[in-house]
Write a protein that binds this ligand. Sequence first.
Ligand SMILES: Cc1cc2nc3c(=O)[nH]c(=O)nc-3n(C[C@H](O)[C@H](O)[C@H](O)COP(=O)(O)OP(=O)(O)OC[C@H]3O[C@@H](n4cnc5c(N)ncnc54)[C@H](O)[C@@H]3O)c2cc1C
Length: 1003
Amino acid sequence: MNSKLEWNVKHYDVIVIGGGLLGCFAARNLARYDLKVALLEKREDLCTGISKANTAIIYSGCDTKPGTMKASMCVCASQGFAELCEELGARYSPCGSLMVCFGERGAGVLRKKLKDGIENGVRGMRLLSREETLELEPNLAENVHSGLYVPDTGTVMPWELCLAAAENAAENGVEFFLNTEVTDIGCNGQATIVSGRPEDGACPTPYAMGEGERRRDGTESERGFAAATEPGYLISTNNGAFSARAIVNCAGLDADRLLEMRFEPVVRIAPTAGDYLVLDTKAAGFISHVIFHEPEEKGKGLTLVPTVDGNILLGPTERDFADSNRQRAMDSGRRTKEKGLSGDGLATREYGYETEHEGMELLRSLAAEIVPMLSLDHVIRSFGAVRPNPFLTRCDNNGEWVLDDRSVSDFCVVESGKPGSGAGLFISLIGVKTPGLTCANELGKHVADKIAANLNSGALNPGFQPRRLSSARLSDLSFDERAAQVGINPDCADIVCRCRGVSKGEIECAIQRFPGAVARDGVRRRTGAGSGRCQGSFCGQRVGELIESAKKEEGGCHAGQIAAENAGQHTGQCAGQPAGSPLQLNTGRKEESYDVVVIGGGPSGMAAALGAAKSSGTCHGESKSHSAGNGAGNSGLRVLLIERDIRLGGILNQCTHKGFGLTYFGEELTGQEYAKRFVVRVESSEIEVLTSTMVLDISDGGILTISGKKTGLARIRAKALVLASGCRERPIGSLPVAGTRPDGIYAAGAAQKMINLGGYDLGDRFVILGSGDVGMIVARELATRGKEVVAVLEKEGKCGGLERNRVNCLEKYGIPLITRSTVSKVHGIGRISGITLSHNGLPAPDYIECDTLITSVGLIPERELLDRFGEALPDWLFLCGNACFIHDVVDDVTEESERSGRFAAEYAKSGELSVDSGELGTEHGELRSYVSYSASDRNPVQASENLSISTQNLATLHTPHKTEGCEAARQPALICTACPKGCSVWQTEDGWQGLLCGRGAPG
Ligand SMILES: Cc1cc2nc3c(=O)[nH]c(=O)nc-3n(C[C@H](O)[C@H](O)[C@H](O)COP(=O)(O)OP(=O)(O)OC[C@H]3O[C@@H](n4cnc5c(N)ncnc54)[C@H](O)[C@@H]3O)c2cc1C
């Protein structure tokens, strides 16, 4: 080969194109042979195509046509899946499946599946009567007709499996090149380099073509300065050139195009889409098998999957693409009989994996029919999938290759490149749909065996290690195993993702080990961080920062480089874990005992801890005084305050705006100032404080498992416990918002934290969804920073937050509040580019361009730590603050929480509840809470003593006050914005009217 070409070409026996499930398993199976193998993936990470969005089912093979490749591979794969997952250290749930029907037509389908399954060799299938079906799945609708039970069905986490295969391939010497997009494929024997000479300096990407082929501009190629001599292929990419004796084309949705770079079309992909909904782990246990619903009418039934993470997955639907994606995909960059390449070149397609409204609605209505008791309030996320439907092609009269009507129902494995013709074997897996996940390893084996037989007579790699050196998820370990891991790597005690309990150590490991995560999605796929019920609004920032700091430490090294450098050298150990070090048992510090433990160091937790420390044993009828006010604890009790953040203060730390403390302190403070007053009191008391510490579990008898930097993993005991863990923000995924899920979408509280505490610049043109208080305050913060806030959208007829916030945050800054409107669709691939705004009742939706969407669509009390106790809390457990119910103002939280703390202290002293029955209210929720009184019972006079209210605190309402018979009916009504009550006031001869807060007249 010419030395100039040699300069730039990396040589391999086999190149695998595409890092999805099929590519990674092909690579792993090729590693069994004595071959030099590389995998090229155009994206920054593996498993980002079809493989990232599917139903996660390991099929038994009862619903594939007997005699097909699919059937034999599927049966073989499912029966060996537990073993495969064991080898790769990936989770597998052999839950079995239940196919159910609601009438005679469906029953006929079930009988046919049973027959096919038996013919295919599926084990243990049984037809069930209605009663037997309901016995297995009692939450199915009563009118279920019958079922087909299949024990060999299971579920996996597709990302985990794909990455495990890749990791094992790398451990066995396969080299991975990420960010490496194949742009052309030429034949070595005849290849010609027609551009990008090395001596030109910049020449990174030689463009290879076969001699005599046409360029994209129609001119014919000439023989260039360099030609490869070995039979095989020259592969041009944006990351240099590669040569290979054989190619495995696993390019997913682009596999047909990749084939057409070199050969005539055989099969083309006509993609369709599907929608899924994901339910929170709160719904875990609602079903215990994969449930396939066979509809009575034509159409697709519902599939329900209990995932290995404990979520329930609903879907998929089947629909055409709503936009021009499909046509574009089919028309552009195709090879024609006469002209070779046509259209806009063979650039690969980008799909947004978007959802559609109709699809999500269909899933909801099917669920209501089939599992009527399933609460869809548990939906935390929706996602879209793309199906690569393969169709045969034919050449029409104009010499154009067009789709034939015939789709390919079996796996489509296209072998091109005849051995001995100068081109090596080129195997394409095109349009591999369900059960491609199940059969990925079988297909990989099939391809690898073929290639090895062709290239090296099947000579094996003697060092092949099938077992991956996996690192288990900490949350799956026992206390002792987990403590041992913490002993080795203390960062495993630092919990970053609170919903899934994922530690800093695990995240760093996911970034550093190969193939490392380079973005938050990658961390989510590897560790689960950000996939829980808050969908990353709590941990997203920190995960991003961990990725950034890892990049800095690497000196900005390219992901492709890391992959190549680490290949074959990976030890499989977690970050910080010395290679080969034995697991040392470290069960944390001695089990400490406390009288009162308070979980949460926000305003409610600090007030509760101060209330407990101060308790003098008189909770009954105590007059309201700022008992927490003087700091030092004098109850003689041992009180511990635990906070997961690095500092006390909770959400108030990010609140740089004023509006706090009006009723409690009688003066207006910023959130930070308000928090500071309590932090000082806690610090000057005898309350013990543990920050950067997360409570993982509360068990009977008041035993808490905690995990933190100082303590490691430990257990402590509490006589009384106050849960003051605050609330979380409802994620956008829980709303019926269709479209893509690009970057640039933040929950309002998370955005506020990033802006005010992290100094982040989140974007330039914002839309705020929801007129909750935090959303409006963020809108103002953005406006004061010179950002464009296009609109605040509110689905109800009026502002959702406090009136004073509407006036002070929106009206004063000219930010439009558009009521009866919502975001119905998000647009953008990569970064959000706009939203579709739909107005209630109006058919024509509008499009708003924006680069950032802030959602302020509701707060949810965070008290999942109590789930195990059901609705009857034990006597030693107390609940306060936003963890109990969402409060409008912090002053109320403080007062109520002080009392909760005092009640807890009383209980710790006496072992009995000593509260008046009237105070055991349930008015704010199903859980019994020791909230002493609601905000409306409060005597406001005392709090108003030091208030100076002036007319500056009055704002004009848009609409005049409509009180009939009142003089004010003719006046514009005014809103008092002096305090959170936001009274609507008007002046009469007798003075100011409408003051609800009792503070007296403004002005
Ligand atoms: C809706 C749906 C549900 C499914 N459910 C199940 C199920 O429950 N069970 C089951 O067994 N199977 C299921 N499947 C099938 C399974 O998900 C697929 O068969 C499998 O994921 C296909 O993997 P892949 O590697 O071919 O594709 P992909 O994951 O898309 O990988 C292709 C890769 O190639 C890369 N690439 C593309 N072009 C280039 C280029 N020019 N250069 C370099 N790289 C390139 C892409 O970036 C991508 O990473 C489902 C499929 C769908 C669509």
